[in-house]
Each structure stands twice: as C-alpha cells, then as structure tokens.
Write a protein that binds this ligand. Structure first.
Ligand code: RIB
Ligand code: CA
Length: 317
C-alpha cells in the first residue's frame, strides 16, 4: 500500500481518480491538494470536500492549491467539459465561498515530514501547486519518494492545442520546472491516457454494483462526460480517464504501461508550440540515465486497465 498525496483540479476525471483512490486497498490517501485548472480553485476544493464527505472520509486533509499559473495570467476554465461546478450535472450542496482564501500549505509539508521518504505524489492537474511546493521548501520536497504527473503529449496531438496537453498548456512554466527537477518522476501523457477508456457498458456495470452515495455519483458524471466526448470526438467508444490512469501508474500494476526514459522539456516561451512537451525520440536514441531523466508511459494495456478499474470500482477487492 502506498501513501499518496493527490494534487488535482477536481473536475470529472479527477473525481473518478479520487473515488478509485478512496476505494483501492493499494492506496492510503493521506491528503489532497486542490487547485485551479478545470475549474476555479474554490470549486475544486469544495468538490474534494464534498466527495470526502460522501465517502465518510473527512479525516483526510484537503490543502488549497494555486489559483492561477506562474505566468500570472488569468486561467481559462472548462465548464463545457466538466460542468459548471466541475462534476458534470452535480451541484454539490456546499457553497464554494466557504473555501475562499483558505491557504494551508504547511499541512502539506507536515504530511511529507510525517512520512519521510514514504510519500508518493500524484499530480493530475496543472503543475502550479506542486512547483510552488518545490519553490517554498525544496528540503521537505526532497523527502518525497516519487512523483507521478498526468500531462504532456509526445509526438502526439494535444487536447488543448494542436501540440499541447491541457495540464501542461495550463501552466507550462510549472510543468517545465517539475519535468526538470522532480526526483523519481513518471509522466503519464495523452499517448497513454487517451486509451484509458471506460465505455458506457462498463459504467453501467459499476453503477449496478454501487452501494454508496459516493459510488452512485460515478454514472451521472461519466454519462455527462460521455456526451461531451461524443461532441469532441464523435464515435469515441468511451471516456478517457486521464487522471485515473496516472494514479494507477503509481500502483505498479504489472503490464499496465510501457515506459521509456527521456529528459523532458516543456515549451514555455514560444507562441505556436506553447505548452508542448518535448523529448528526444529520434531513431538511434535510447533510455537516458541521471537525475533529469523522467520515465514516460507511452502506451497502456487497455484490457489490464479496464479489468483493474472494474475490480476496484465494483467492490470485488
Ligand atoms: O489533459 C487531461 C487533463 O486535463 C486531465 O487532468 C483533466 O482533468 C484536465 O485537467
Ligand atoms: Ca485533472
């Protein structure tokens, strides 16, 4: 079992990753950092509180993350993809205002200090909050065992622009910093997460077996997400679970991914390729070694993905 701190921008696929984390016997969720991204920081924070409340796990600390990217620009939000409140059709009965101006980063550092070298960070939103944590306390962050990041697209179309994936595009300065500086880093890009699909049939199966308010949320939010994806990519067989796929990478599930190791940079100064993730995959190149090398999940085994997700979310474990 791993001690995991989830950094999220709690929209739909983040919520599914959170539900999985709460249900998996392999995960000891010790904290959640919730910042801007898919939606505003306060909504993202409120959504985590709501999901934890439904799960009866309000003992898990929620830490307020960043409100805007390191460039200082106003962020774009994505209600058309994640719903106005970030959870599709769900309107959580907690006002977002309750969480305004709540900052408690010291809690993050005490969690890491309490579990020295035994914390896995899984970042499934913009990299801003994680980069800020590194800037604020490199000494404490050096005690993190490993970091997993959902982001990027390598030699692959983006989803925010032609070349950039949304998490890296949302804050390429922070993404570049993390790719270059986080120790024991694994990146789970669109190359893999695009294929981490859950079909309506699988969602119905999960729903038929669900027996708690938290589990009952899965179908409405994924049905909403499915309709959105039918507009975005007509004919797609299911919804891509980007964030769940990144969380599952941290669980070392045998055969789930194929990895390559490369040094990764993120374009954060240019115009046309802003947010693009870059690594050297030219013929003749091979896995790199050393502190700047990141492990990149370039492909996913869909059967293993679906089998594992159904196992955990249909209460078989
Ligand atoms: O590109 C997919 C990522 O962007 C996911 O983390 C999704 O939640 C959005 O933040
Ligand atoms: Ca996310």
């Amino acid at each position: 079992m791993k001690n995991i701190i989830l950094f999220a921008d709690t929209g739909i696929d983040d919520a599914i990753a959170l539900v999985y984390a709460l249900k998996s016997p392999e995960v000891n969720l010790i904290g959640v950092v919730s910042g801007y991204g898919n939606i505003e920081r306060e909504k993202a924070f409120r959504n985590v509180e709501y999901l934890l409340e439904l799960a009866g796990r309000t003992d898990i600390p929620v830490i307020a993350g960043a409100t805007r990217p390191l460039s200082g620009e106003d962020p774009d939000f994505f209600p058309e993809i994640h719903g106005i409140e970030g959870l599709g059709p769900i309107d959580p009965p907690i006002p977002e205002e309750r969480y305004a101006n709540r900052t408690n980063f010291s809690k993050l550092f005490s969690l890491i200090k309490d579990h020295r070298n035994e914390v896995t960070i899984v970042n499934v939103g913009r990299c801003t909050s994680l980069a800020i944590a590194h800037y604020l306390s490199p000494e404490v962050m050096a005690d993190v065992k490993e970091t997993y990041v959902m982001g990027g697209a390598f030699n692959e179309p983006g989803n925010a622009t032609e070349v950039a994936e949304a998490n890296f595009f949302g804050d390429p300065i922070a993404a570049h910093y993390i790719c270059q500086n986080a120790a024991n880093l694994t990146i789970v890009p669109l190359n893999a997460t695009r294929n981490a699909l859950l079909t309506p049939r699988e969602v119905n199966l999960i729903d038929a077996r669900s027996d708690s308010p938290l589990e009952k949320l899965i179908k409405p939010i994924l049905d909403f997400y499915y309709e959105v994806y039918q507009q975005l990519e007509p004919g797609i067989s299911g919804t891509p679970q980007h964030d769940l796929a990144a969380l599952m990478a941290a669980l070392d599930i045998s055969g789930l991914y194929e990895y390559s190791k490369r040094e990764v940079t993120v374009e954060h100064e240019g115009t046309y390729a802003y947010g693009e993730s870059i690594a050297d995959f030219r013929p003749g190149t091979s896995n790199c070694f050393g502190p700047k090398c990141a492990r990149i999940a370039l492909s996913i085994n869909q059967d293993i993905f679906v089998t594992n997700v159904l196992h955990v979310l249909t209460n078989e474990s």
